[in-house]
Unconditional design. Structure first.
Length: 94
């Protein structure tokens, strides 16, 4: 058993203490206890905000920002599924 301190529940729910117990052992078919899901094609989305000068700094054309520089944004959609929630629990301070 491993205990790890994480303050993410304290940020969302500051009035009480919480803990999560997850059983991460795989089942008899080999399915992991915790899986990440995403929309098809939404795993990694790549965007570029072009500033004055474009990507090279010397290009002409349409710009998205008056700043003389560009920005690359990588993001995606993800969710986590607990495959056997009946072997997991949430501890709440009373």
């Amino acid at each position: 058993m491993v205990f790890r301190l994480d303050r993410s529940l304290d940020v969302e729910f500051p009035k009480k203490g919480y803990g999560i117990f997850l059983d991460l052992t795989s089942d008899s078919n080999g399915t992991p206890g915790l899986m990440m899901f995403s929309y098809k094609g939404g795993e990694l989305i790549h965007n570029v905000v072009r500033g004055v000068g474009g990507k090279t700094g010397l290009e002409s054309g349409e710009v998205s920002s008056p700043v003389a520089g560009s920005k690359i944004i990588n993001w995606g959609y993800h969710g986590v599924g607990v495959m056997n929630p009946y072997r997991s629990a949430i501890l709440e301070e009373i």
